[in-house]
Design a protein around this ligand. Structure first.
Ligand SMILES: Cc1cc2nc3c(=O)[nH]c(=O)nc-3n(C[C@H](O)[C@H](O)[C@H](O)COP(=O)(O)O)c2cc1C
Length: 188
């Protein structure tokens, strides 16, 4: 047997759920955040470019992230109510983990770097699930609003893949969306 049997691993994979039903007041310890980010770095990575970048936003930083989105929407002419909603949205979890890719200048490698970061995010989400945390991979405006990279301490050329809401669950997670059968061709 390997480090874990397949049934145990499969139940961990299936237990990961996109959920925002978390306690916004109960912090996620920084050591645990570091452990989860370390797990992400165990993803496969062509050319060992180590392209992942992480920012853990807690406390007021979550409001600053929301303000960047809200201000952007307001400047773009969105209804004020929508901008106001965005300003508060990241306060729904105690921790926002923003994950980015520092891509290789060569386009083919940059795609592979992004793949490696996405694989790392899944490691992180599974680790969070194993730790009893709820998580929610979000994208939307956060990936391209100017200023988010700077707030996160990322380089101007970094590409944001995810703003992950992380927190301790309140109640049961949502029901799992059923998965279709894998479209698998056995080609002998
Ligand atoms: C790149 C990416 C972006 C996502 N963005 C959102 C989002 O903005 N809002 C949302 O509700 N879910 C988002 N999700 C989560 C999916 O909705 C979710 O994974 C899907 O519904 C399956 O549910 P499950 O994760 O609980 O299995 C995103 C997932 C990925 C991979």
């Amino acid at each position: 047997m390997g480090p874990m049997d397949l049934d145990t691993f499969a139940s961990l994979v299936r237990a990961r759920r996109t959920s925002l039903k978390v306690d916004p007041e109960r912090p996620v310890p920084p050591e645990l955040v570091e452990r989860l980010c370390r797990l992400a770095t165990w993803a496969p990575n062509h050319h060992r470019t180590w392209p992942w970048r992480f920012a853990a936003l807690t406390g007021d930083a979550r409001a600053r992230l929301g303000a960047l989105i809200g201000d952007y929407q307001e400047a773009a002419g969105d209804p004020p109510a929508r901008a106001e909603k965005s300003r508060a949205k990241y306060l729904r979890a105690p921790l926002m983990l923003v994950v980015a890719c520092s891509p290789d200048p060569q386009p083919r490698r940059a795609v592979e770097d992004r793949d490696a970061v996405a694989a790392g995010i899944q490691n992180l989400l599974l680790g969070a699930t194993a730790a009893g945390l709820a998580s929610y991979w979000g994208t939307g405006l956060v990936v391209d609003v100017p200023g988010v990279r700077e707030l996160c301490g990322f380089a101007p050329t970094d590409v944001i893949l995810a703003a992950i809401y992380v927190g301790w669950p309140l109640g049961e997670p949502p029901e799992a969306p059923p998965r279709p059968e894998p479209r698998l061709h056995h080609v002998p």
